[in-house]
Structure formats: structure tokens, C-alpha cells
Design a protein around this ligand. Structure first.
Ligand SMILES: Cc1cc2nc3c(=O)[nH]c(=O)nc-3n(C[C@H](O)[C@H](O)[C@H](O)COP(=O)(O)OP(=O)(O)OC[C@H]3O[C@@H](n4cnc5c(N)ncnc54)[C@H](O)[C@@H]3O)c2cc1C
Length: 325
């Protein structure tokens, strides 16, 4: 811990830090599932100095062997009850959207909440991001996950990204749809920090955009998305299964299945909810139980969409354990 404090004090003195730093910060406060124990340090830089600060922090952390986890909106995470070792770098203070003059494009800083970016696009009369309305999380997380809703994926409208690459160099690169696939982005196999992204949109009357977005929000509400803390779909869909994963879980009568404070929502087979007081271990046990029941009944292996992050007791949780930076 003293290494982390020294590291942050050094960087903060050099870079003139503005923002918030907390030690032993519960991750439950930063994830939509509301589970997760303490991060050794949680750092939320604010203001235009974010890229320079983040680069210095990542460089120093790497030199000292301290892992850094990049946090977006925490909307797809199951953070371990034992917490996250090292530093959690929270991007939520790095926000803003700007239309590119002369073209129907929108630049968005990675910490910008999805709700804010869809609102900005609507206000500018830029259509194409409507499908994201009502989805929790940040722009950076949506790109990293290649989020998909209502038949569209982020990669359909993503034109360019600025990021800090694995060598901690600032880079900008065009984003090609063919490098992305269902809920997969090239960032998942690298250690880049996404800084800003450019969406290629089209002109559309704001009233039409708002109407479409309202429809998606209402649909999510009706499907119970916001009734309990969750991280959205627990498992990925897979065309080879012939039906949506939620339906597979429903048909096996597993809706409402409960372990500790975690339950399969009784209104949606592919949503795991925190009914109050769930531990991350309950979520993990429920994921493992569902996988096993589906595997033994139908011979198919569900792939978790939610990501298990942090300090899990062995064996490693299924899939999705992230690269250490
Ligand atoms: C009610 C509800 C409904 C949902 N509906 C949908 C849906 O319809 N479709 C869908 O696809 N998802 C859905 N989700 C899941 C979630 O909203 C998305 O996965 C979202 O894109 C996660 O973004 P985030 O910013 O919260 O990322 P986080 O959960 O914070 O992080 C996810 C991953 O992205 C990485 N990351 C985040 N920001 C950066 C960055 N700037 N640079 C590098 N790496 C970064 C993190 O390190 C982590 O590996 C839903 C979730 C909830 C709670």
C-alpha cells in the first residue's frame, strides 16, 4: 500500500492533480451490480489534464509493478468481494462531446456517460446513436465492449479512436468495423486506454431522434432493466444456440433461481440481479450454476458477458478475467 501512496504522491506533485483519490474504496459504490470489496486506491482525475495524468500514472505504475484497472461506468462488472489490488483509474471525470465542423461526426471523451452522449447527439441533430439510449455505462466502456442493443453495435458507427497504446504512446487510428464482432472489440486483447472516440453519424431532426430514444428507454423500463441493480445481460447470445440465452434459461425453469442475495430476475432469464446484500461470490456462484445446468441439460456452454474483475479466490472465475495493465 505504501508503494501505491508514494506513487500517487509523486505523480500528483509532478502533474498537479485535480480530482478525487480514496484508499480502500469499496467497488460496490462504483458498479451497477453494487457488489465488490475495496480497491487499494481509486483515482478519479478531473479536467482537461486527464490524458497526461493517466499516461504518467500508467508509466509509473508499470515501473513499480502496480496493476491499474480502467473503470468506465462499472455497468458490466462483477468486482470481487476481496476487491481490486492496485489502482482503479476511474474515467468518469473525463467527459465532453464536440461536433466536428462540416461533417456529421461527434467526438466524445471516453468517460462521458452513454446517456450524455446520446443526448448531445440528439441536440446536435445527429442520428445513429439512438440504439444506445438508456444503456448504462460510459463511451469508453461501450467501445471496449462493442455494446449492442436493438440490432445495432457501437462498431456500426465508430469511425476513429484516440488512445494511449500499450507502449503508453498517444495514438489515433481509424476504427474498421471488420476488426469488431458481436460484443468483441480489438481493445479486449490489448491494454490501451481509450481516450476519445469519433462517431460517424447522419443528420436527422432532433425530434425524431428523441422520439426513437424514448421508445428504447420505455422498452427497457418495461423489461425491468432498472428494477434491481444488475449488469445487464449476464451471458452472451450465440446464434448457434438457435434462441436467445434468456429464453434458454427460461425454458429450463431457472428464472428466479437464487443464491444468497443474487437471483435470476423473475422477469428476464438473462439478467442476474442483486436483490439486496448480494456478495460478488453469490453472483459468481449463480453464473457457475446456470452454466452447469445449461451444459448438463443441453450440452451448450454459456459465455458470460459480465466481467469478473479483481482479486478472486482460485480457481479463476469463468471467462472475462481481464489483462493486468
Ligand atoms: C440495466 C443495464 C442494461 C444494459 N443493457 C445493455 C445492452 O443493451 N447492451 C449491451 O451491450 N450492454 C448492456 N449493458 C451492459 C453495460 O451497460 C455495457 O457493457 C457498457 O458498455 C459497459 O460500459 P462501462 O463504461 O460501464 O464499462 P465498465 O463496466 O466500467 O468496463 C467494462 C470494460 O471496459 C473497460 N474500459 C472501460 N472504459 C475504458 C477505457 N476508457 N479505456 C479502456 N478500457 C476501458 C474496462 O476496463 C472493462 O474491461 C447493460 C447494463 C445494465 C446495468
Amino acid at each position: 500500500m505504501s508503494t501505491i501512496r508514494e506513487l500517487l504522491e509523486k505523480i500528483n506533485t509532478e502533474k498537479g492533480f485535480t480530482g478525487i483519490i480514496r484508499y480502500n474504496e469499496p467497488m460496490a459504490a462504483h458498479t451497477t451490480l453494487r457488489v465488490g470489496g475495496p480497491a487499494d486506491a481509486w483515482v478519479r482525475p478531473e479536467g482537461d489534464g486527464f490524458p497526461g495524468y493517466a499516461a504518467a500514472l500508467l508509466r509509473e505504475a508499470r515501473a513499480r509493478g502496480v496493476p491499474v484497472f480502467i473503470l468506465g461506468g462499472g455497468a458490466n462488472l462483477v468486482a470481487a468481494d476481496r476487491g481490486i489490488r492496485g489502482i482503479v483509474l476511474d474515467t468518469s471525470g473525463w467527459t465532453g462531446c464536440a461536433a466536428e465542423p462540416g461533417v456529421p461526426d461527434l467526438w466524445v471523451r471516453s468517460g462521458t456517460p452513454v446517456e450524455a452522449l446520446t443526448a448531445a447527439a440528439a441536440e446536435q441533430g445527429l442520428g445513429g446513436l439512438e440504439f444506445l439510449a438508456g444503456m448504462p455505462g460510459s463511451a469508453g466502456g461501450a467501445v471496449w465492449m462493442n455494446a449492442r442493443c436493438y440490432g445495432s453495435s457501437v462498431s456500426d458507427v465508430l469511425a476513429e479512436a484516440e488512445f494511449l497504446d500499450e507502449s503508453l504512446e498517444f495514438r489515433s487510428a481509424p476504427m474498421r468495423a471488420e476488426d469488431f464482432s458481436y460484443k468483441r472489440s480489438p481493445f479486449q486483447t490489448r491494454r490501451d486506454l481509450i481516450l476519445s472516440v469519433r462517431f460517424r453519424l447522419r443528420e436527422r431532426p432532433p425530434a425524431e431522434i428523441l422520439r426513437e430514444m424514448e421508445g428504447y428507454r420505455r422498452d427497457r423500463e418495461e423489461k425491468g432493466h432498472y428494477r434491481f441493480p444488475s449488469a445487464g445481460s449476464a451471458f452472451k447470445n450465440n446464434q448457434d444456440f438457435g434462441k436467445p440465452t434468456g429464453k434458454i434459461i427460461d425454458e429450463l425453469g431457472l428464472r428466479g433461481l437464487r443464491i444468497g442475495g443474487a437471483a435470476v430476475a423473475d422477469y428476464h432469464g438473462n439478467i442476474i440481479i442483486n436483490t439486496g446484500g448480494a456478495r460478488a461470490a453469490d453472483i459468481r456462484a449463480l453464473v457457475e450454476t446456470l452454466r452447469e445446468k445449461v451444459r448438463s441439460s443441453l450440452g451448450i456452454l454459456l459465455e458470460p458477458e459480465i466481467l469478473f474483475v479483481g482479486d478472486w479466490p482460485p480457481p479463476p472465475p469463468p471467462e472475462g478475467v481481464l489483462l493486468k495493465r
